[in-house]
Design a protein around this ligand. Sequence first.
Ligand code: ADP
Ligand code: TRP
Length: 326
Amino acid sequence: MPMRVLSGIQPSGALHLGNYFGAIRQFLDLQRDYECHFFIASYHALTTQRDPATLRENIRDVAASYLALGLDPERSVLFDQADLPEHHELAWYLSVICSVGLLQRAHSYKDKIARGLEASHGLFAYPVLMAADILMYNADRVPVGQDQKQHVEIARDLAIRFNNEWGEILRVPEPYILPRSAVVPGLDGAKMSKSYGNTIDLFLEPKPMRKRVMGIITDSTPVEDPKDPDSCTVFILYSLFATDEERESMARRYRDGGYGYGEAKKALLAKIEETFGPLREKRQDWLKRTDDLEDVLARGAERARACAGPLLERIRDAVGLGARVR
Ligand code: ADP
Ligand code: TRP
């Protein structure tokens, strides 16, 4: 059996450098060699978003961004989770074997509650639905950032419990996390996240992009003094784009002194523009071609269903539920 890869991103606003380096860049690499499913985690987004028009817009935005960045709908199965209510059925079979304690230990849930989100059942059960997303396609590897590691481990746990209970049906997945981009820092040096308002969005127009990058917080070491590259957000972000030589060269300038943060920011800005500038228009183009975008998602949903349907039949049979009329 070829190795299978699956991941998803919630449509909860503009994609940023954390999403790109923590997840999407790995999607692009992995789709060359493996069977991949990449989806838009629309049901998950409902845990925090209640405005239907914005949600719809955000779903299209993630789809257009995926395509502009180079996810290839011929190679990979690209779909919207909301087209596959099958995920909820599997989530139920997993729910009945998932202990409450396992979910109570989830950091992401605790963090969200601490930030004032309502402690809803959906938010609490989120890792079970995420496990269903992964196990539904027999994924071996799940490319995500560090913040999602625990969720993938919950999916592993549930796959093992399911197999112990009902027979070896589900594949046990592993997180796929690259150490260098596991936690991408934001403007203030904390983890870049939509919820912290510290993001650098991938498709900002040049002017606001410049403003964001120039706004990265640095310490007050004078220009002429030596600086520590490894504790500087600008250097860390630059390193994600740079070749080894470029990284070494900038690190040397930091250590030698006489190199200001302003200059480093300009070098970072140039990398961002070089990487995402040409894709801005592609994304806009996909956003205009609404019918084509919807077609891509519809075809993706069909392909996802072709995989999910037979597995779900086996699962129903294994747990003792037969299909009477289908
Ligand atoms: P956000 O925290 O901005 O809401 P999401 O939860 O939608 O981001 O994340 C989507 C994907 O991007 C996940 O795989 C997540 O781990 C990854 N990701 C998000 N922020 C970062 C970051 N700062 N560093 C590394 N990966 C990240
Ligand atoms: N929980 C992920 C996030 O917030 C999104 C997600 C939902 C996901 N289902 C998934 C990621 C399955 C990987 C695999 O970013």
